[in-house]
Design a protein around this ligand. Structure first.
Ligand code: NAD
Ligand code: SER
Length: 320
């Protein structure tokens, strides 16, 4: 008997990661089997290439309705409020990140979902955590509402693995850099905005101090991590919801130097704002040996390769 192709639900599909993950998943599972959902208007590339549904993850009934309507097997739960936006509205961050995640896990358990992916973040760490090569098992005392919901999400996911046998997986993404969809209100957003401003105006005012080193990752590696982790044989995993993953680390000054290789007249000035305090609570680099050992994680992009690709693609888009 032929096995039917799994049906995949993606929440928060119109965000920075979802807008690139959905097309990747539609290549693997066929476009009609990947249901993109969000509370905002989808870009044409999402709406015209497969099903799209309006879905607020704080509304459990609506999620249940969509899962049943499409007979969903796998969920990529991306809907969230990120760190900077979460500090502007902590109550919204709690509602979306915590209640939303609890709703997804409860329905996944009740309705027999086969796999759930819930990304975590370097925001789970705090000032007490070792900052260099931050270990997999370490102090998790975040100071942002976003970080608090991410730690709780990891623990809740792990609880559903152990208590109910639900297959929940996730990794702690660093700042994600991409050129297709703007980031949604994080502390690492400068590392995307800098490219747009360097190409358009040759100038950028950075909201972090020049020497603020943070872990970062280019979008192709971000997508690869999600898909590779989800495809790994379950018996290989000792961890489930909290894998450290790393690709590169740099400061705004180091990124600007790399961009100047392509745009020599580029100038950067620094006007740190409230996001500096958030960045200072996060690690400078990450030890991802558990991900490497348990599911073969390896990034493809370092700083020079990422900058070359970003500049080339953004310049090509501008000349279209
Ligand atoms: P984003 O802010 O770009 O997108 C989030 C999406 O969620 C948006 O399209 C938004 O409309 C949607 N959303 C907000 N409230 C909602 C609700 N109530 N119901 C349904 N949808 C809602 O975020 P992203 O960068 O794509 O992040 C996706 C996931 O990856 C999040 O869990 C985030 O914490 C995690 N992550 C992202 C980064 C990064 O740098 N982008 C780093 C670490 C972890
Ligand atoms: N890039 C995210 C943020 O800055 C980290 O999860 O909020």
């Amino acid at each position: 008997m032929a096995l039917s192709t799994p049906k995949v639900l993606v929440t928060g599909a119109c965000g920075q990661i979802g807008s690139e993950l959905v097309p990747e998943l539609r290549k693997t599972y066929a476009k009609e089997n990947v249901i993109a959902t969000d509370i905002k208007e989808p870009p044409p590339e999402l709406k015209e290439t497969g099903p799209f549904e309006w879905l607020d993850v704080t509304n459990r009934k609506s999620i249940g309705h969509i899962i049943k309507k499409y007979q969903v097997d796998i969920i990529y739960h991306l809907a969230a409020i990120l760190s900077a936006k979460g500090e502007q509205n902590p109550s919204l961050a709690w509602q979306v990140n915590m209640i939303g995640t609890y709703n997804i896990l409860e329905l996944a358990r009740e309705l027999g979902i086969k796999q759930v992916f819930i990304p975590s973040s370097i925001a789970v760490f705090g000032p007490e955590t070792p900052k260099v090569m931050t270990p997999q098992e370490t102090i998790l005392l975040p100071k942002t509402m976003y970080g608090i919901t991410k730690v709780a999400g990891e623990l809740l996911g792990e609880y559903y693995v152990r208590r109910f046998g639900l297959d929940v997986r996730g990794c702690r993404y660093p700042g994600i850099i991409s050129y297709k969809t703007p980031p949604g209100g994080g502390t690492t957003d400068y590392a995307v905005a800098i490219f747009h401003e360097a190409i358009k105006n040759k100038k950028y005012t950075c909201f972090l101090r020049e020497d603020t080193v943070l872990p970062m990752m280019y979008m192709p590696d971000c997508l690869k991590a999600a898909i590779q982790l989800m495809e790994t044989e379950a018996s290989r995993l000792k961890h489930h919801t909290n894998f450290n993953v790393a690709a590169m680390s740099f400061s705004p000054a180091e990124l600007a130097t790399e961009i100047k290789k392509y745009i020599p007249e580029f100038e950067i000035i620094y006007q740190p704002d409230e996001r500096q305090a958030i960045a200072e609570t996060w690690p400078r680099s990450i030890d991802d040996s558990a991900a490497r050992e348990e599911w073969g994680w390896q990034p493809d992009y370092d700083l020079p390769r990422m900058v070359e690709d970003m500049v080339r693609n953004l310049m090509a888009n501008l000349n279209k």
